[in-house]
Design a protein around this ligand. Structure first.
Ligand SMILES: Nc1ncnc2c1ncn2[C@@H]1O[C@H](COP(=O)(O)OP(=O)(O)OP(=O)(O)O)[C@@H](O)[C@H]1O
Ligand SMILES: [Mg+2]
Length: 271
């Protein structure tokens, strides 16, 4: 496969703490990919004939200027939007779109750029909701209620939300709300995680905490896609970068190559 070989000996750039993980020594196919994908809003192409793939078990930085189509791509890959054209392949299964009800089946979880907390529900209930709302019968078959409880305790601890577990989401500070959003994703025990700007507006200590959580997922061999504008965080966490520009692929590859790419520097990094 294309890019995958190039990455075998890639060492993460040193910038702050890294996850201290040896780069994977072998990669399978892209776990999820799109071919000639197009999505328009009122005639404007948010995603324009895009063909790109997410390699399995890697952490991919999805970057690009405001309005370049990053969230739209994630919305399509998580069944929130239906594209007008193109093909989506998830684990070798081709389809024209993804249904949000199928996300559990595909073991895909995501955070939302604008947050999707239920304000008048407790922290605990916000965490439990994503694992119980979709398909109750399937979820009960798959995981017993006591497993949910164990997972809940673990996630509350990882997100420092134990002291706040009985509070409603609306009572939390901005940083704790972001941690709760991340916690909702951790509850889902997926294979593919999309984080849409998980660090935006956070104080450095909480940035570190979210980095630690993402590193934990990396250690478990999960596939992770992070949308982020802070390039030092992208360098630090990501094995691979995909750059969008006006809904098209501008560049993809190893961080050290992509961030040196002239077109990327000119169109996005303002260099
Ligand atoms: N629901 C919508 N209705 C109309 N236009 C939309 C909608 N969602 C996205 N767009 C438009 O599609 C384009 C891509 O938006 P998108 O949110 O995917 O960008 P982005 O790369 O995530 O940007 P940002 O970095 O600001 O979050 C933009 O021009 C945006 O205005
Ligand atoms: Mg966005």
């Amino acid at each position: 496969m294309k890019k995958v070989k190039d990455i075998l000996n890639f060492n993460k750039l040193q910038s702050g703490m890294t996850c201290d993980i040896t780069p994977p020594t072998s990669y399978g196919l892209d776990i999820i990919s799109v071919k000639h994908l197009t999505k328009q809003f009122m005639g404007i192409k948010a995603i324009d004939d895009l063909t790109v793939g997410i390699p399995q078990a890697m952490t991919v930085g999805l970057i690009g200027g405001n309005g370049s189509g990053k969230t739209t791509l994630v919305n399509i890959l998580t069944g929130m939007l239906r594209p007008e054209a193109g093909e989506i392949t998830v684990r070798d299964k081709k389809r024209t779109h993804i249904k949000s009800a199928e996300l559990r089946k595909y073991r895909i979880a995501r955070t939302f750029q604008d947050g999707r907390l239920i304000e008048q529900m407790s922290v605990e209930d916000n965490l439990l909701l994503p694992v119980t709302e979709n398909d109750l019968i399937d979820s009960i078959k798959e995981v017993s209620i006591s497993d949910y409880k164990d997972r809940l305790e673990k996630v509350l601890e990882m997100t420092s939300l134990i002291p706040h577990r009985k509070k409603n989401a609306e009572e939390l500070s901005y940083g704790l709300r972001k941690l709760l959003e991340v916690g909702r994703v951790l509850m889902q025990d997926a294979d593919i995680y999309f984080f849409d700007e998980p660090f935006s507006g956070l104080f450095p200590e909480i940035v570190e905490q979210v980095c630690e959580i993402i590193c934990g997922l990396q250690r478990q061999g999960k596939t992770i896609v992070i949308i982020e504008h802070n390039m030092s965080l992208i360098r630090r966490l990501c094995d691979y970068i995909i750059v969008l520009n006006h809904g098209k692929l501008l560049a993809e590859g190893k961080p050290e190559d992509v961030l040196q790419n002239k077109a990327v520097q000119e169109s996005y990094l303002g260099m």
